[in-house]
Design a protein around this ligand. Sequence first.
Ligand code: SF4
Length: 102
Amino acid sequence: MAGDAGSRKLSVEERIGLDAYDFGRNDFIKVDTQACRTCEPKPCLYVCPAKVYKLDEKGDIVYHPEDCMELGACVIVCRHIGKGAITWSYPEGGKGIEYRQG
Ligand code: SF4
């Protein structure tokens, strides 16, 4: 019921779904997926609440910058950041995510 949904606590996924994204370009995250092949724990899969990083059917990293919430957590946990596995910067001015639920 709409009244119940309006008063209940939203899940993280529901809150993220309410955010708005406006990307002029989405290459503000670049991942060298070749470097990822030797990263055994792949912490980026677990630290990103927007699930930008996923495994494909072959077990290789694929990523979706268009879902990025600009936390930068993936850069902090990346096991091969020193090898340039992730190149990350904020989207160009005025672009990126607009938070609507905190
Ligand atoms: S943590 Fe870094 S090197 Fe490891 S899979 Fe993720 S992006 Fe690749």
